[in-house]
Design a protein around this ligand. Structure first.
Ligand code: IPE
Ligand code: IPE
Ligand code: MG
Length: 238
């Protein structure tokens, strides 16, 4: 089991294209191998006792990519769930989705809905796929929901708990550890609210090369951090 404090791990799975380029392959081949890593890391994180694993699969900005790449990425849920839904069930993993789902092509959306439905009674790790997810979109969406509530007569007394409940991540705890692969050191519009006090780990490893051992190294780095949340260490003398 992991440190009890490590409930929620989020990963920016980056570097599929560079992995493919480095091998003289097409970008889509990197995405394909990346899907196998999603399976490995989900099963491994669940076995280690992680309660929530959130994976950044497609951002609100990724629509800017060439249409054939977007189409290929949107075919990945079918490849993933047709291969691994059985294993997710065996591991008691519950699938959820974060993001604005309307824009996701119908076929991909229905595959997610089916996986969410089939795993909804599972009691183990929550595996959250952020698809057509953008943190700014999420925050704007929450603001619009709140404005609507007030317009419909709710008292105007918003606080952090209420706002949390309007986010796509409602019912999920804040992120403890955020990992980004591929050497980039930025957030790229992922979970801005939820990472306010997360520990950040950046690794040069490209996502298709991200093994269980790499994941464990990130956990070790996390365990060596001192989280203070603005306070002082317990053994601090002043
Ligand atoms: C991450 O890999 C996957 C998605 C963003 C969908 P990239 O496709 O961004 O790979 P690089 O960053 O170009 O190497
Ligand atoms: C972030 O990666 C989005 C996902 C991993 C889904 P990008 O490759 O889109 O990020 P930038 O463009 O390098 O910031
Ligand atoms: Mg990238």
């Amino acid at each position: 089991m992991t440190d009890v404090a490590l409930k929620h791990v989020a990963i920016i799975m980056d570097g599929n294209g560079r992995w493919a380029n480095a091998r003289g392959k097409l970008r889509y081949e990197g995405h394909y191998v990346g899907v196998q890593r999603v399976r490995d890391i989900a099963i491994h994180a669940s076995a280690k006792g992680v309660k929530y694993l959130t994976l950044y699969a497609f951002s609100t900005e990724n629509w800017k990519r060439p249409q054939d790449e977007v189409d290929y990425i949107m075919s990945l849920p079918k490849i993933f769930f047709s291969s691994y839904l059985k294993e997710l069930m065996e591991n008691d993993i519950k699938v959820v989705m974060l993001g604005e789902t309307e824009r996701i092509p119908k076929v991909a959306r229905e595959i997610f809905i089916d996986a969410i439905d089939k795993t909804k009674e599972n009691k183990g790790m929550v595996l959250a796929f952020a698809v057509n997810y953008g943190a700014r979109d999420e925050i704007m969406h929450a603001c619009k929901c709140y404005a609507e509530m007030v317009k419909n007569g709710a008292e105007n007394d918003i606080d952090e708990d209420l706002f949390n409940g309007l986010l796509y991540t409602k019912n999920m705890p804040d992120v403890d550890l955020l990992i980004r692969t591929s050497g980039e050191k930025r957030i790229s519009n992922f979970l801005l609210w939820q990472i306010a006090y997360s520990e950040l780990v950046f690794t040069d490893t490209l996502w298709p090369d991200f093994t269980k051992e790499e994941f464990d190294k990130c956990i070790e780095e996390y365990k060596g951090r001192h989280r203070r949340f603005g306070g002082l260490d317990e053994n601090s003398s002043n």
